[in-house]
Design a protein around this ligand. Sequence first.
Ligand SMILES: [Zn+2]
Ligand SMILES: [Zn+2]
Length: 112
Amino acid sequence: MDKCINHDYRDAVSRCRQCHKPLCGECQLVTEEGIFCSKECYGKAEVFHKRVAAMESRKKRRKRLPAFIGCFLKIAVFVLVVVLVLRFVLGIDSIDSFLDLISGLKENFLSR
Ligand SMILES: [Zn+2]
Ligand SMILES: [Zn+2]
């Protein structure tokens, strides 16, 4: 078992997250980010965490483009489905027959 860096007669119970030095229960600085030997190491780790967080948010920003493409694809699939429904369910295979159907509907509506 490693001995504490400050007390060579005490067994280390943990290690600094930043510099990996062995620490006894009294020397460890317990934080939300983990255990450190000193405020200096905690500060370094905090800086490192901020850098990681900044990188993560940059990655997320980059991920927005594929999300936009995914949305576009959904619309494209929706349009395709509508076109297929019009074509096979209503028998429309061209703009002209589609316009015929619209004018037919309009006449139906007006004659009511
Ligand atoms: Zn340290
Ligand atoms: Zn110690």
